[in-house]
Design a protein. Structure first.
Length: 107
């Protein structure tokens, strides 16, 4: 989230608006508003002016290679079991999703 959005949230904190209202107005999650409010209350405006979260770490080339090889092995090898309806086994998410959709940690 950009600094501008966090500053708009801070203005609403000062007006004592509820987290749900702020989240809806700024089109962000309530959880983000909760974190911003806590940071603002504990450390002040300067905290909301910071760069914010660095985002998710990216996988290294070696990690991507290991992930691809695990995906090629298929879901059963990874411990996923299909429902007992006799349908063909396939991954429980769209193959176009981010690798972070996997629940196993890649090291």
């Amino acid at each position: 989230m950009g600094t501008r959005v966090r500053l708009r949230a801070m203005e609403r904190f000062e007006r004592e608006e509820k987290n749900r209202e702020i989240a809806a107005a700024l089109r962000v999650s309530e959880r983000s508003v909760e974190r911003w409010r806590r940071a603002w209350r504990e450390r002040g405006e300067a905290e909301l002016l910071s760069a914010g979260s660095p985002g998710r770490p990216e996988l290294s080339a070696a990690q991507v290679g290991r992930l691809e090889s695990q995906l090629e092995r298929g879901p059963l090898v990874q411990g996923w079991r299909p429902p007992g309806n006799g349908r063909p086994t396939r991954w429980p998410y769209d193959r176009g999703t981010q690798p972070s959709a996997c629940t196993r940690r890649i090291e």
